[in-house]
Ligand binder design. Structure first.
Ligand code: PA5
Length: 463
């Protein structure tokens, strides 16, 4: 379903010998994923999420998919607004799918459930805005945190739980019925709270890390509530088909688009000196998908002093801001373009009697066609500016294609990590700022004693 074209990367691609080496390296990386013999092997559960949920349905660890569907219907019935509280891998996937399918203005356009994402910053202004959006509305909360201790998420949850309790001061049962917690099966503060309070819970499997978790309850419950069961089923069906397709052995890179993409990324990084990859798409509804992709690759590859820096642009918008740099600035990056084959809207340029705006030469042309022409023109221009363009095409902007793309990028990311020699499933670097933040906030845990000492002696901060 995902086609990879290298037409606009000609002149920058590996030769036959290098391609043969890449094929055997990516085969070995794929085998490592299959037999679980590589770094981070405890976190390989994402590889079969689409297939598992589809086929096992009522059995095994994903028996709760039916329960998610029931909860989503209840959320729709009991609420005008759903607040999805989570950060990083605990929100980007759901938001990427919901906006990718229903567009950026779905909340303004729907007569049904509005879905707002919060707990993904510490901004008081943002919390106040979300609070205003719940005014006079019945709202429910889906709090999502695998660890259960992430500050942004926990603080926003406490804040909105308090708001919910004030909405229903004499009715704790109503408050309880409006909170859905997605977290670890057994560990963490959120799990303990949920058990104590009797909130309905959904599981983030042990063997699935945050940024690989969109096809668990982390993504599926908000997606079911916003887009419905048919969309969620199709998303999983697309992912299941991709999982099966990319598990097959291939005799050439061009026979497996996922291997091919991972191999070319490794080639550009390890052999051709590129330092960054730009993901571009020509659909504004895909801005959040790009954000999801940035986290997936950034957190998975960026460690041990290695990794392509993942950047994202939204064309044609950003051709009028970042376009100049991409065309003529430092030659640091290659580009990966996400394209949709089918038009999802027939809107066209109207004809006009007077040609004051000089647009009659495109009168009657569909916007989709003009957008596609902009893509072709940009790919040619960027290739000419020494930015190789890899083009990934999917049939249309629908749930099945999105499911396929998610499985495609997750597998490509894991392969890429192994190809450059890092563990694609950990994120030790994100702990660093947290140690300073918790200490500065007054956390007296003895494990922060050395941090406190450093803050006092190096920065003169009195704590
Ligand atoms: O991919 C990851 O592991 C992270 O981005 C986490 O998803 C993010 O930090 C949120 O963590 P948690 O779900 O534990 O609150």
């Amino acid at each position: 379903m995902v086609e990879l074209s290298t037409q606009y990367a000609e002149g920058f691609l590996p030769g036959a010998e290098e391609e043969a080496e890449l094929l055997s390296a990516v085969k070995a990386a794929a085998q490592t994923l299959t037999d679980g013999s590589g770094k981070g092997a405890d976190f390989l559960g994402w590889q079969t999420l689409g297939g598992d949920i589809n086929h096992a349905y009522n059995a095994g660890r994903h028996g709760e998919y039916q329960r998610m569907k029931a909860a989503a219907l209840r959320i729709q019935e009991q609420s005008d607004v759903l607040l999805v509280i989570g950060i990083g891998g605990s929100y980007l996937g759901a938001r990427a799918v919901i906006e990718g399918l229903q567009g950026r203005y779905r909340n303004e356009l729907t007569n049904g459930l509005r879905v707002y994402f919060t707990g993904n910053s510490l901004s008081a202004a943002d919390l106040a805005d979300i609070t205003a959006l719940t005014e006079g509305k019945r709202f429910s909360i889906n709090v999502i945190s695998k660890s259960g201790t992430t500050l942004e998420c926990a603080a926003a949850f406490r804040y909105f739980r308090d708001l919910l309790s004030r909405r229903y001061p004499d009715n704790p049962e109503e408050v309880k019925a409006r909170i859905y917690a997605t977290t670890d099966a057994a560990r963490g503060a959120l799990k303990a709270q949920a058990d104590a309070q009797g909130w309905e819970t959904f599981v983030v499997p042990d063997d699935v890390g945050g940024r690989y978790s969109v096809l668990t309850a982390v993504g599926l419950l908000p997606i079911l509530a916003a887009c419905g069961a048919e969309a969620s089923d199709s998303l999983l069906a697309g992912a299941a088909a991709a999982e099966a397709a990319y598990a097959e052995d291939a005799q050439s890179l061009s026979a497996n688009a996922c291997w091919h993409y991972a191999a070319l990324r490794a080639y550009f990084y390890l052999k051709a000196g590129y330092k960054a990859e730009i993901l571009s798409s020509y659909e504004p509804s895909f801005v959040m998908f790009t954000e999801w992709w940035k986290q997936l690759f950034g957190e998975s590859e960026g460690k041990d002093g290695k990794g392509l820096f993942p950047a994202g642009v939204n064309f044609t918008t950003d051709l009028h801001s970042m376009g100049q740099y991409i065309q003529e600035g430092e030659r640091l990056f290659f580009e990966t373009v996400l394209q949709f084959e089918a038009a999802d809207n027939p809107l066209a340029i109207p004809s006009a009697d007077s040609d004051g705006d000089k647009l009659n030469y495109i009168a009657g042309k569909a916007f989709h066609e003009i957008n596609r022409t902009a893509f072709t023109a940009t790919a040619i221009a960027h290739q000419g500016g020494k930015v190789p363009n890899l083009v990934l095409t999917v049939p249309k902007r629908d749930a099945e294609s999105l499911g396929w793309l998610i499985a495609f990028f997750e597998k490509a990311c894991a392969l890429s990590g192994y190809l450059i020699g890092v563990n694609p499933f950990d994120q030790p670097g994100v702990e660093s700022y947290k140690r300073y933040m918790f200490t500065l906030l007054g956390n007296k845990d003895p494990k922060y004693d050395p941090v406190r000492e450093e803050l006092i002696t190096r920065y003169g901060i009195v704590l």
